[in-house]
Design a protein around this ligand. Structure first.
Ligand SMILES: [Zn+2]
Ligand SMILES: [Zn+2]
Length: 293
């Protein structure tokens, strides 16, 4: 099958390489296209402090830089302009009106933050020590509280819509693999409550008609042993008929096709026969092309 990556970060946010380096790498790797998805600015909208999002001040420069690459690579490699938009209820989300005015090719909807009953929103993919401290402080050490908050937020984002592809559906498992290699450090994905919540997510995604990504980002960065989503969750997506796109969540040009064969195999193991590739935007609608696995 042919591969692409539309989940790519550059030096404009927390990536290591610039736009041109990523385009060249995608071309050399034989990807059919590349899309850029900087973490959309949140500081002004939310008052939260973040070093890994694009800054409001550099948003224009980012948009121009990807549009310039689009022109430079015309005829050789389709280059798409996107953003990865965080969902933080009441503060910001992929459905925000300002995104509609940017003439983007696509928006990736992402949940990184949970909203605890007390304290500030925090991210589930923080380094393990930070996450553990936040679980202790905001959820009284109860991991179930964190999981409920994560799935609540994910459900709310899917219902609110405004995005074209769902990012890393079970990012919450990122810190489940301990630095010492211990698995299920925080929770078991086999618990019935975990299965129930992921089944609801798969059902909501099916209703929305929006594809989800199968992301190799955790493996690319040495944080997980498998893709987002795990095989059981992927099977739920397959049962519901949710289209999947393989993406690297690349923060380095060299990762643009990292572990793609593993993702392809996971899709086959889950019973998929095809995956989708982003194929541009027409009349305000994201277009997708089917690829046989
Ligand atoms: Zn993300
Ligand atoms: Zn990302």
């Amino acid at each position: 099958m042919r591969f692409s990556c539309i989940h790519t970060h550059t030096v404009f946010c927390d990536g290591a390489d610039d736009v041109e380096t990523c385009c060249r790498s995608a071309y050399e790797k034989g990807l059919v296209s590349i899309g850029f998805s900087a973490h959309a600015p949140i500081n002004k909208k939310t008052g939260l402090c973040s070093a890994w999002h694009l800054s409001e001040e550099r948003l224009g420069e980012y948009l121009e830089s990807v549009r310039a690459a689009k022109k430079r690579w015309e005829g050789k490699l389709p280059v798409y302009l996107g953003l990865e938009a965080d969902f933080i209820p009441g503060l910001t989300g992929p459905a925000d009106r300002d995104y509609r005015e940017m003439d983007l090719d696509y928006i990736i909807g992402a949940v990184h933050y949970v909203i605890p009953p007390k304290g500030k929103p925090f991210t589930v993919d923080d380094p393990p020590d930070d996450l553990d401290r936040n679980i202790e402080h905001s959820f009284g050490g109860d991991i179930r509280g964190l999981l409920e908050a994560y799935w609540d937020n994910m459900e709310a984002m899917i219902r609110a819509g405004g995005f074209d592809m769902l990012a890393h559906p079970d990012l919450v498992k990122k810190n489940n693999l301990g630095p010492d290699g211990r698995e299920n450090r925080l929770f078991s994905e086999k618990e019935s409550s975990y299965r129930e919540r992921t089944a609801v997510i798969a059902g909501l995604m099916a209703q929305s008609g929006i594809p989800a990504e199968i992301s190799t980002g955790g493996m690319n960065r040495g944080k997980t042993k498998d893709c987002y989503p795990s095989l059981d969750f992927l099977k739920l997506f397959r049962e519901q008929g949710v289209p999947m796109m393989i993406n690297a969540d690349a923060h380095r040009a060299e990762h643009l096709d990292g572990y793609y064969e593993t993702a392809r195999q996971a899709l086959l193991d889950a019973g998929y026969t095809g995956a989708v590739i982003f194929n541009g935007r027409e009349n305000g609608q994201a277009l997708w092309k089917n690829e046989e696995l």
